[in-house]
Design a protein around this ligand. Structure first.
Ligand SMILES: *[C@@H]1O[C@H](CO)[C@@H](O)[C@H](O)[C@H]1NC(C)=O
Ligand SMILES: *[C@@H]1O[C@H](CO)[C@@H](O)[C@H](O)[C@H]1NC(C)=O
Ligand SMILES: *[C@@H]1O[C@H](CO)[C@@H](O)[C@H](O)[C@H]1NC(C)=O
Length: 238
């Protein structure tokens, strides 16, 4: 069974028996915390923290997003060179990214016009959109061992980096988690092409893998761009 878009780090289970006690506890905690704080559940916004810790945080995460994009690019290039020569996989690739359903700011200029919150939200939406495909990609590559081991380990690393980028955004920009999840829930299209990755027809399978690697490279570039804009704003180097 295919899992719903997974939002790692959050447990969305609900136990109805313990639920009401938990709810009461949460209400009481909120009441306690509310005194003197207008937005208790929002947590500290990273843009409001001191420059020193902000600098370190953003330098580290900008490297991570750089590696995320670098690794996705290398994977795509390797797949293209090894499996796509003389094939027509590229013809539909750009049109078939599942994330095309969203109206992401495409280029640096457009992204620079946006608020910190919007950029952060777009980065999180993009990363969330890849949880499901990456999960299936890793599972299938591990299972079939059809591609060389480097593809398996690269995809695992990419999934891990994506999780760490999400964890960074979720812990420092708590306010945008709900809006980002809402966008994912209301998405007109979700990735549902796992059947092609599992297809017994090699050409169909490779074509879908080509699409995935191509779209991942493209989207990881956007994610990296958003993180770099956030970093240069935080470090005031824009
Ligand atoms: C990825 O990073 C390595 C090491 O920093 C670099 O040599 C390589 O050119 C990069 N590749 C791409 C596609 O960006
Ligand atoms: C795929 O590989 C071919 C041959 O090396 C190259 O000409 C082509 O530009 C590559 N495609 C992309 C999108 O990089
Ligand atoms: C984003 O955050 C930075 C760092 O605190 C701030 O200087 C800048 O004005 C903010 N920019 C926007 C567009 O909200």
């Amino acid at each position: 069974m295919s899992p719903a878009p997974s939002f790692r780090g959050h447990l969305w289970t609900y136990n109805p028996v313990r639920g009401s006690c938990l709810l009461l506890l949460l209400v009481m905690l909120n009441l306690l915390l509310c005194q003197g704080n207008p937005c208790p559940s929002c947590g500290p916004d990273v843009f409001a923290t001191s420059l020193r810790s902000r600098t370190d945080l953003f330098i580290e995460v900008a490297w991570l997003s750089h590696d995320f994009h670098n690794r996705s690019t290398i994977m795509f290039q390797e797949f293209n060179e090894t499996y796509a020569q003389g094939k027509l996989y590229h013809i539909n690739a750009a049109n078939s990214c599942h994330t095309n359903a969203f109206d992401f700011p495409e280029d640096r200029y457009k992204a620079h016009q946006l608020s910190n919150e919007s950029i952060t939200k777009w980065a999180l939406v993009l990363l969330y959109s890849w949880n499901n495909p990456l999960y299936h990609l890793v599972t299938e590559l591990q299972r079939t061992k059809e591609l060389p081991e480097t593809f398996v380990s690269n995809t695992e690393d990419i999934e891990d980096m994506s999780e760490r980028l999400q964890a960074f955004l979720e812990s420092h920009f708590k306010k945008i988690i709900a809006p980002a999840m809402k966008m994912i829930r209301n998405a007109p299209r979700v990735w549902s092409d796992v059947r092609y990755v599992k297809s017994s027809d090699e050409d169909r399978r490779h074509s879908e893998l080509y699409n995935l690697f191509h779209c991942l490279r493209r989207d990881s570039h956007k994610v990296d761009m958003y993180f770099k804009i956030l970093a240069c704003r935080a470090l005031k180097t824009c």
